[in-house]
Every structure is written in structure tokens, then in C-alpha cells.
Design a protein around this ligand. Sequence first.
Ligand SMILES: [Ca+2]
Length: 348
Amino acid sequence: MALTVSLSIRRRLLGLVLNLALGTGPAFAQEPPIPEKVIYDADFGIDDAMALILLARRPDVALLGVTTVFGNAQIADTTRNALFLKDYLGLSAPVARGAAKPLIGPTPPPPAWIHGANGLGNYPVPVPRAALDPRSAPQLIIDLVRAHPGEVTILAVGRLTNLATALALAPDLPHLVKRVVIMGGAFGYNYQGQRSGSNPFSVAEANIGGDPEAADEVINAGWPVTLVPLDVTIRTVMDRAYLAALPGKDGALIRAITRQTYVNAQGSMPVHDSSAVFYALRPSAYTTVEGVVRVEPGTGPAAGITVMAPPGSRDPGFARHGTVHVATGVDAPAVLAFYAQSLRDAGR
Ligand SMILES: [Ca+2]
């Protein structure tokens, strides 16, 4: 017995000495991060594409699936753009087509003045080689979440129609998802919708205003939700010089899709969808508040407004709902550095 223990200790000591010499021991090893399992649900316009490039280039992200929705362009265009990006990025994750219209009401025309007529700033998108997954977007979301219970982060950066449909098909979904990070909403911390002429909605943020009924369902489904609203995304701005300095072939593609509607027309671009990725991977760059959030339904001028309950509110419209987190402040230089560094580290 004593001999066995002694041998065991000697072996462990020898291992420790070797590890020290090689710098590979458990105390010194740079543990590779456990990749964050992500489903990316997007209405593939320009900033959706940039956020997918970021996700694909991060070694700490395991992209499980990509789902498309109408919004920045028609569903045929957003889906084509997603398949083009699957080709370009060499993604193994399946791409599934999602909703062509909101749960209720008409589909407003896409904001071609922001995302071009094809969603990617009129960049000549080649015909994709990648095949579409045969499942619907909601079914792909359900299948992936059930295959990885408790582990999946859903990043939703378009209308929330696919997620609302998935919830209707699979009421157990909220118990199986790790968290949902949504680019959406406007809460008046830094942003007053009515002062912005570029937003297609008079006061609402587009992802929420584009399907307010779906948004209210998804925000209040009882799963952990963080909203990354316009209040922080418009504070994170890529200007001409920043975009010009982005490295490699990713930088070249980003310049090609941002040239016409952002760089030439506006001189800069606010970072909407990548901010949801930043929050998921670097939450310490954000300050948040917690509260009950409801979405104004319908089609009137206030439709799609996101409202947080005042603390202690007994209004029955708020009382039966759980709280969510809302990002209200951002270390913008840190998130901009994170994006550029991620591309540089990937070396593409
Ligand atoms: Ca989007």
C-alpha cells in the first residue's frame, strides 16, 4: 500500500515537474474557453451580416444554427444573404428560412435606404452554393435547443416572429434555453425615437415595432432575457476610419456592404446587431437595469413601444410578468476594439 502511494505521488511529482518545465501544467495552462452555443436569428441586413462575421470568427462561440426572418429585406433576400454568408464563412451550421410576415397585420416595405434593395447595401451577392435546411426556422430552433438543453444562447437580432412561433409549437422551450439576448427596443435612456429620421418607425425600434405581438410574447415567455436596445447601440459607432482599418478579407467585405448606404450616405454606422453579440460575450462592457417590460401592441403610432414598469407598479398589465434585463450604458470603445481584434486574431 505504502509503495503504491509512494509511486503514485512520485508519478504526480514527476508530472508536475514536467508541466513546470514545459509550462503546460494545469496551474499554468491557458484553458481554452468553453464555447458558447449560439443560435443566431436575424433579418440579414448589413449589420446582421457583420454580427455573423464576428460570431464565426470567435473561438469562444459554437454556432449551432442560423435562422432568417423578414425585416431589413424580404425573406427571400434575407435567406439568400444568410446562405451567401454560410458559403463565405465556411459555416457548418444549418441555415433555415423563417417568417415572411409578422404574426398580425401588414408587412411594411423593407428599409432599402438603410440596407439597400437586397439587404446587403446593394453589394452584388453571388448565387449561394449552400443548401437551405429543410426545416422551418422555428423547428430548427426547437430541435437545436432540445439537443442541447440548458446550454443554448439565442441571439435574436430581427423581428421576433420565429421565436414567438417556436414558443407556440414548443411551450417547454423557456425551460430548455440558457438565455435570450435580443437587439431591440428603445427605453429613453439615450434615445428618443421621434428625433431619428432614419428609423422606419415613428417611435418604436424596428425589431420590436416590426412585430409587436411577437415581441411581447418572446420578452415575457419566462426565460432569461436581456434587451440590447437602441439606447446603447446608437452609442457604439463605426466611423469611416474604423471601417477602413478593418483587416483582411472580412474587412474588405464589410467595406463593400457598408459603402453605399452607410459610409457614403451617412459617414458612419451605429452598431446594432453586433452589440447583442458583444453583450453575450462581454457583458461587463454594459450596465443594465432589471424590470418588467411590455410592448404596445397594434398598428397605431405608439405600436411597438417598449415600456418598463416603474418599480413597485401594481398595474395589472405589468403585475403578472417576470423581469428582464435592459442594457442602458456601454463602454463603446471597448466593444469596438473587441470587434476589430476578433477579426485580427482570426487572421482572415
Ligand atoms: Ca437585424
